[in-house]
Write a protein that binds this ligand. Sequence first.
Ligand SMILES: [Zn+2]
Length: 483
Amino acid sequence: MPASPKAQSTMFRNAWIVDGTGARGFKGDLLVQGGLIAAIGDRLEENAEQEQDCEGKVLCPGFIDVHTHDDAMVLSSPEMLPKISQGVTTVVVGNCGISLAPLTSKPPVAPLTLLDESLYRFPTIAAYRDAVNQAMPSVNVAALIGHSALRLEVLDDWRRPATELERLRMGEMVREAMDHGAVGMSSGTFYQTAYAADILELIPLVRVVASARGLYVTHMRTEMDDILAAIDEVALTARHAGAPLVISHHKCAGRLNWGRSVETLTYIDGLHKQQSIHLDVYPYVAGSTMLRLDMVDEETEVLITSSEPHPELVGESLSSIADAWKTSQREAAKRLMPGGACYFQMHEDDVVRILQHPRAMVGSDGIPHDSKPHPRLWGTFPRVLGEYVRHRRCLSLEAAIHKMTGLSAKTFKLGDRGLIRLGFAADLTIFDPETIEDLADFHDPTRPAKGIVAVYLAGRLAYDFRGHVLNRFGRFIARSNPS
Ligand SMILES: [Zn+2]
């Protein structure tokens, strides 16, 4: 067990403080006492048990990864090095309809197999919460309950829509999850396990979420040609249920849809006049999910990230495998399944435009279970700060940090996190704005980023530049509903 030293008081001196609101940074000192932010000022007079000089460094709220599939990793690899090494202090698990709870009655099928299959043993979010608190990961965990997990648990055949009785049963499970602090429900009608679910099934479930003031987070039915219809479907569901909506990993996928983020964002802004809609996005032109035949078009570059029958081919491109086997990419994909892949299906201009959208938050969508994961698992947050802020200058430092902290905490109702504000939890990240950079790439995807100087949870040092997790102070954090 990691040591749990008594919370100390720490004075951070001479930092460039970026508070997470989007407001301009300023040079100053910050005092942490008893895990909370106790004073912020130009030159603080107070003394603390320890001091850290932050000259030339940015001091900001710890990053919040709003889109993760870390449900199992927080239990089985509680050091959470891929995340804390990026300056992340809180992860939101349970995205895309995929969550460990409440599925216990049968073996998971894809896409629930994106998580460690042996860990589907939590009948409730409360049981999952207890396991998280026992594992004591290095980062905090907020949870969504996944609609596909509900469907698999409740329906004998997930290929059909739920009956009224099954909807009621699922609604009770959503209620339980919300009562125990879930931040909302996620769905993924893109996936086979939820494809049969229509708005008649989803609206009553999202209504339960809305009545507890949670949010509806969704991987839409499609992100390709019919994306506007997909946006309509999720917006209608959220609007009828009365819940705020988060559209997951927003993208315009497939060559024919490149450039269409102009259209989708305008469309979303139009809808936002009547209802709350936010987005999350990762800073890469490649997506990653299971290996699926409908995503292999012989044109999009596909990189294999896992393959049950051919683990030796992980890291190879599908086109080179198909060439070697003297067959089509689709045929090669069939032989490699089940597996995972990265699809280079987006255009850089769309990625930038979506990142710049004022209601877009950063979420990695990393998949820790893949043997050679998409580099977003290890690189997302430093990549935004190094590549998109420092090199390309398409976001200000303050706007980027807001999308990783304050906006995320407010949208996901994470209470006293995500801002540098008196009385808030002192989850803090210190980084060097001149050197921060993601080092993970598609060939070497598990390299920790550089430029993260130190990461604190509730005022206690959890990680520093030497690259090791020093202490694990994470816990399950429940939805907060300020009145
Ligand atoms: Zn997804």
